[in-house]
Design a protein around this ligand. Structure first.
Ligand SMILES: *Cc1c(COP(=O)(O)O)cnc(C)c1O
Length: 380
């Protein structure tokens, strides 16, 4: 292959950030400290002044979000079966039980009708996921939460920079969890942030983040909650801070690339043969990923073989995600095939195409041409 390889994702880190990281390393203070304070302040400003606390992952923020919401043994938490497995693993981590509600096959996000139908006397909280950065109907979500007095921990891991009717995700609602994993729209290498409702919750988040410790004066220390070790290093926080000024450009670039995918796929062979494109939302969605659904019953190859053919053409791709309820851990807890047919169909046929800020228009055209060509050559 003479053309350069196109990965499906790649973070963009500028020289100012790299120099800033070197300064942190030389400063003598490399773990949680002044860079985290600055990062938290920048994040708080981004979400309209709500309190924000940083953590070392978007999994930690979800788990601590559930703890702050008072979720524990005996409680049920309703979430989607089509997400990164962290979304529901954290429910088990806090001793509660995940209850899945199937997705809307059009948006691929949790179906709020099914959420409402799944509420029981034990339901304590909802974890909606905004897959690929596409929000759900946030007005309806919070109407349901308030009607049934439920807490919400938004798994907005993929939705940093997304909005709902002109309001940023994170700037409203209950607890909101972001991830800054390298694949996400803004990265701190690893990391996450939890948006909280008030200073009391923020102090509780700080305790859960570091062994339940509260310090006072020069030598005072108390522990009154069982906390863990989830703090973010200043090296990581400096990377996140360096990304913040670029977020608007990142999001705009991703939207433009997604638009180009639509333009180059919409009338092509792949769509004619049954490839399904995502919802074309250029208002709310931050285009964290671009996923097509393959018409596997109309192709002579499997998804894995499709990915191998893309790779031969120098193109990386991914799968986000296999349905959670079909993993062994979940099957052993009573879930199984046939329970959430929409999530199963989407999970079995979804394919993530390359989308990142430094992807060129020509790269998108190359990927779209390859998808069209493979579909045509491998049609039944
Ligand atoms: C990335 C992700 C997480 C977990 O974030 P980490 O920072 O990797 O722990 C949780 N939920 C969703 C939907 C994600 O995409």
């Amino acid at each position: 292959m003479s053309e350069p390889f196109i990965p499906f994702v790649k973070p963009e880190i500028d020289e100012e950030t790299i120099a800033g990281v070197a300064d942190v390393l030389r400063s003598g203070w490399i773990t949680t400290g002044p860079q985290n304070q600055k990062f938290e302040a920048a994040l708080s400003e981004f979400v309209g002044g709500r309190p924000v606390r940083t953590f070392n992952s978007g999994t930690a923020t979800l788990e601590i979000g559930l703890r702050i919401a008072g979720v524990g043994p005996g409680d049920e938490v309703i979430t989607t079966p089509l997400s990164w497995v962290a979304t529901s693993n954290v429910v088990y981590e806090v001793g509660a039980t995940p209850v899945f509600a199937d997705i809307d096959p059009r948006t691929r996000n949790i179906d709020l009708d099914r959420v409402e139908a799944s509420i029981t006397a034990r339901t304590k909280a909802l974890i909606p996921v905004f897959l690929s950065g596409l929000p759900i109907d946030m007005d309806r979500l919070y109407a349901i939460a308030s009607k049934y007095r439920l807490r919400v921990v938004e798994d907005a891991a993929q939705a940093f920079g997304s909005s709902w009717r002109g309001k940023r995700i994170g700037a409203f609602g209950d607890l909101v969890s972001f991830s800054f994993h390298p694949n996400k729209n803004l990265t701190s290498i690893e990391g996450g942030a939890l948006v909280l409702n008030n200073e009391e919750e923020a102090r509780l988040a700080e305790k859960y983040r570091l062994q339940g410790v509260t310090r006072s004066g020069f030598d005072g220390m108390e522990v009154d909650v069982l906390g863990g070790k989830y703090n973010l290093t200043d090296v990581a926080a400096r990377v996140g801070l360096g990304q913040m000024p670029h977020l608007e450009r990142f999001t705009a670039r991703r939207r433009a690339l997604a638009q180009r995918y639509f333009d180059s796929l919409r009338d092509g062979a792949a769509v004619r043969l049954g490839v399904e494109l995502p919802v074309a939302d250029f208002e709310n969605c931050n285009w964290h990923m671009f996923q097509i659904l393959l018409p596997l019953d109309r192709l002579t190859i499997t998804r894995g073989e499709f990915m191998a053919e893309l790779k031969e053409r120098g193109i990386g791709s991914g799968v986000h995600y296999p349905p959670i309820h079909l993993f062994k851990l979940y099957r052993e807890r009573g879930f199984g095939p046939g329970m959430f047919p929409h999530a199963e169909r989407v999970g079995a046929s979804t394919l993530t195409l390359p989308l990142f800020t430094q992807l060129s228009d020509a790269d998108v055209d190359r990927v779209a041409a390859a998808v069209n060509e493979i579909c045509e050559r491998r049609a039944k």
